[in-house]
Write a protein that binds this ligand. Structure first.
Ligand SMILES: Cc1ncc(COP(=O)(O)O)c(C=O)c1O
Length: 360
């Protein structure tokens, strides 16, 4: 057995999962094997939703493999990258036994999924330094080995901190944890980053998995399409642990259309706008006396410390602008996270905060 498969829960290594009617490779013209309706719903004009969907829609899988420059066999599509996080925790962590490592302040779903699986959560906080929040890879490796953790979640670019992790650091960590843990690099915001994707490392290190999503740069959050990219052996295991029909046909169709050459060109244009607006908003906020610090960001958001975060939050709210209050997160007692909006929306953020200053 490969070192990677040894990371999978022993009781799931030979698990076949649910064999749905759609997974049986049969040929025929009259399909009466899945208790579907013989007629489309009157609202289903294209009659695309009468039958259960392909568990991994072939055309979408191929488009996503091309988008992320990986083999189709290395990719599993799920209901957002949230589902991929859940699948990884369930497939690798024996309840009450195998830990995960996270780096707070960070996206909360890693710990939520671990909690649901009763997997211990080891925290190695990001270090708040002169260049922003930094993942301490040496300490992460030490903690993972000490706790015999099965999964290490690196968020790059990190939500909400905004920092990204250089590939050589990820590779060394994965090498150090070879045979003991899978390093999961969550690249939900990868399109906004100047650093390359960690998929470039997977040919050398099989214990690296990457998470990508269409929810952010591709503007399809409601379609709930995310992927995990990993060694095909692991993908097969995750697939058997997944719900029978995870990708609804209307979502798959929308996602496929959203990956057409024209749509991709528009997405790239918008990513460029977000990046330049990120610089503009960062500079404007940094110039406000009420602002203590604006962190450099590789994502489509800025993490901002305020002298009085409560007042800034309420000022923005009364101007109709809703931002994410981060004050309950570790190390972020005075911080808000502001998503980069359209130029007009960003102007509204700036003028609301300037008005607050003028009134003070
Ligand atoms: C870092 C990170 N990973 C994953 C997700 C989940 O994204 P999805 O919509 O693909 O489930 C989010 C959502 O905000 C996120 O910030």
């Amino acid at each position: 057995m490969s070192a990677l498969l040894e990371l999978v829960r022993e009781d799931l290594r030979g698990f076949g999962g649910y064999k749905s009617a759609r997974t049986e490779a049969l040929k025929g013209e009259v399909w009466l094997n899945a208790n579907e309706s013989a007629w489309a719903n009157p609202a289903d004009r294209g009659a695309s939703s009468r039958r259960y969907p392909d568990p991994q829609p072939a055309a979408l899988r191929s488009a996503l493999a091309e988008l992320y420059a990986c083999e189709e066999s290395q990719l599993l599509i799920g209901r957002g990258s949230d589902e991929a996080i859940d699948l990884l925790v369930r497939a690798l962590c024996n309840p009450g036994q195998d830990a995960i490592v996270v780096t707070p302040p960070v996206f909360g779903m890693y710990s939520v999924c671990a909690r649901l699986q009763n997997a211990p959560v080891i925290e190695v906080p990001l270090r708040d330094g002169a260049d922003g929040f930094v993942a301490e890879l040496e300490a992460i490796g030490d903690a993972a080995l000490k706790a015999r953790a099965k999964l290490v979640f690196l968020c790059s670019p990190s939500n909400p901190a905004g920092s990204a992790i250089a590939l050589d650091g990820i590779e060394s960590l994965a090498r150090r944890l070879q045979g003991t843990a899978l390093v999961v690099v969550d690249e939900a915001y990868g399109e906004f980053s100047d650093l390359p994707s960690a998929t470039a490392l997977q040919a050398r290190q099989s214990n690296i998995a990457i998470l990508r999503t269409l929810s952010k740069a591709h503007a399809l959050a409601a379609a709930r399409i995310g992927v995990v990219i990993a060694d095909s052996e692991l993908i097969e295991v995750l697939r058997r642990c997944q719900a029978p029909y995870p990708v609804p046909t209307p979502c798959a169709e929308l996602a496929l259309a959203g990956l057409s050459p024209q749509a991709l060109a528009e997405t790239r244009r918008r990513v460029a706008v977000v990046k330049s607006e990120r610089d503009r908003l960062q500079a404007a906020l940094a110039g406000l006396p009420e602002v203590l610090r604006v962190y450099p960001s590789q994502g489509n958001y800025l993490l901002v410390r305020f002298r009085d975060a409560d007042s800034a939050f309420r000022t923005l709210l009364s101007a109709g602008v809703v931002v994410r209050d981060q004050r309950a997160a570790p190390q972020l007692g005075d911080a808000l996270r502001i998503t980069i909006g359209s130029p007009e929306q960003n102007d509204r953020v700036i003028s609301a905060l300037r008005l607050q200053e003028a009134a003070a």
